[in-house]
Design a protein around this ligand. Structure first.
Ligand code: 4AD
Ligand code: MG
Length: 432
């Protein structure tokens, strides 16, 4: 048999015979010639089969191949400017590996619920293929960004004894006989301990929120990358955040143009994502929203519409800093000039994609932090280890969390985060 090739490398085999191992994506026939679209996970290619090339028996068999039948095809690679991807295969032989009977996702249109129920099969489609490859690139870019800057990957636990982002959105888990554990909402608290040990660190893993939000931006399980830096403040956080976002977007534009084209993404809207990003205060943001006619009062958190209206005023992500402390988490450092404000920042993506990053400077003072834990009615014992970080060599420190799925949705230009992860978990969706 000719050498095995992956479709993504097919250009290297121009004019040669190769073996492709994949699945039949689609098929049509002119009577004299069969056109098979074959996919192998790395790409899609058209295989052209004529009776003269593959013989009468196989030619007849090819006319009955069903969608998603797994097949091994051999043939000659041929450059063809009209072909998607630039190459075709002239088939000379094939063998069926596994039959596929009545594949439920046909080329016709299906409703979203129908597709979500068959997500394990839906991910075989061309569009999902493109999205998941962009997701891969984004994650790879994130890792490269931190690794090349000397950050140490120090992962944080998923089973935790207490809340990080507020007690209302915790998922409890029975932890053996005598305890309840909670699925982590954020690795931040442990990340702070790691930063005191290793200087600059990042955690990257799944996080969980029992949010009863049924919006296009919310999952109950999502992936978050969280850098944390010792001896750093709010400005350092904003600088790191804008550099990360710029670098991730540049990487996808560099490596995943075909995928963005498949998704019909308007890439001119991504080309403008260059540092510096605008930095506006919460006060300023409220004025802008009032100016746009929105019914916002100083003191409240922003809703999805507020974020969209604000981000529409800029051609790149905007960083909103110094929110009212009352709407932010207990661990945020108050602004020394105006203690009613928290030294936090949200990064809002353009085009209505909303908040992709949240973070800021942490409260490093023991007494103030203890007070905040009490004010928030949090169980003090559970935070004793966290208070230790303020007992033993406390330093100013800061960091943020970036939600991967929201970034994928934005960069791919998707309507909803449900397509950004292979198996989304949402308020009404845990299957498959
Ligand atoms: O703003 P959040 O809640 O911040 C934190 O959890 C901090 N402790 C992170 C830190 O400073 N280390 O969440 C951070 C990001 C959001 O900006 C958003 O991108 C994403 O996580 N996110 C969600 N993504 C999908 N579904 C949800 N339900 C999300 N909740 C937050
Ligand atoms: Mg937030």
């Amino acid at each position: 048999m000719p050498p095995v090739a992956y479709i993504q490398d097919i250009a290297q085999f121009d004019g040669q015979d190769v073996t492709l191992r994949g699945w039949l994506h689609n098929r049509r026939s002119s009577g004299k010639i069969h056109f098979l679209i074959v996919r192998d996970g790395t790409g899609f290619i058209q295989v052209v089969m004529s009776k003269a090339d593959i013989g009468e028996e196989l030619f007849a068999k090819a006319d009955h191949l069903a969608q998603e039948t797994s097949i091994i095809v051999t043939g000659k690679v041929r450059a063809d400017a009209r072909a998607k991807g630039g190459y075709e295969l002239t088939g000379t032989s094939f063998e069926v590996v596994g039959e596929s009977v009545d594949y439920p996702i046909t080329p016709k249109e299906h409703g979203v619920d129908y597709l979500m129920d068959r997500r394990h099969l839906w991910i075989r489609s061309q569009r999902q293929h493109a999205i998941l490859r962009v997701r891969h690139e984004i994650i790879d870019a994130v890792r490269d960004f931190f690794n090349s800057r000397g950050f140490i990957l120090a992962d944080t636990p998923i089973f935790t004894p207490s809340a990080c982002e507020g007690t209302t959105t915790l998922f409890p888990v029975k932890y053996f006989d005598d305890g309840t554990a909670y699925l982590t909402q954020s690795g931040q608290l442990y990340n702070e301990a790691n930063a005191m040990a290793l200087g600059r660190v990042y955690a990257f893993g799944p996080t969980f929120r029992a949010e009863k939000s049924k919006t296009r931006r919310h999952l109950t399980e999502f992936w978050m990358v969280e850098p944390e830096m010792a001896y750093a403040n709010l400005d350092d956080t904003m600088t790191l955040a804008e550099q990360l976002v710029e670098s991730v977007v540049a990487r996808v534009l560099d490596k995943r143009r075909p995928e963005l084209a498949q998704l019909e993404r308007d890439t001119t809207k991504l080309e403008t994502v260059k540092t510096p990003f605008p930095r506006i205060s919460y006060d300023d943001a409220v004025e802008r929203l009032k100016g746009a006619g929105l019914p916002i009062e100083w003191g409240g958190d922003f809703g999805g519409t507020d974020e969209t209206v604000l981000s529409d005023q800029f051609d790149r992500p905007v960083m909103v800093h110094r929110y009212p402390a009352a709407v932010k988490a207990f661990y945020m450092k108050p602004d020394p000039q105006r203690p009613e404000l928290a030294l936090g920042v949200d990064v809002l993506a353009p085009e209505g994609y909303g908040e992709i990053i949240g973070g800021g400077e942490r409260l490093a003072d023991y007494d103030l932090l203890l007070q905040r834990i009490k004010d928030h009615d949090l169980p003090q014992e559970a935070f004793d280890w966290y208070l230790d970080l303020r007992r033993y060599g406390s330093v100013p420190h800061a960091g943020f969390g970036m939600g991967i799925e929201r970034v994928v949705a934005w960069i791919c230009g998707l309507e909803h985060v449900r397509e950004t992860i292979p198996y989304p978990r949402m308020l009404y969706r845990m299957y498959p």
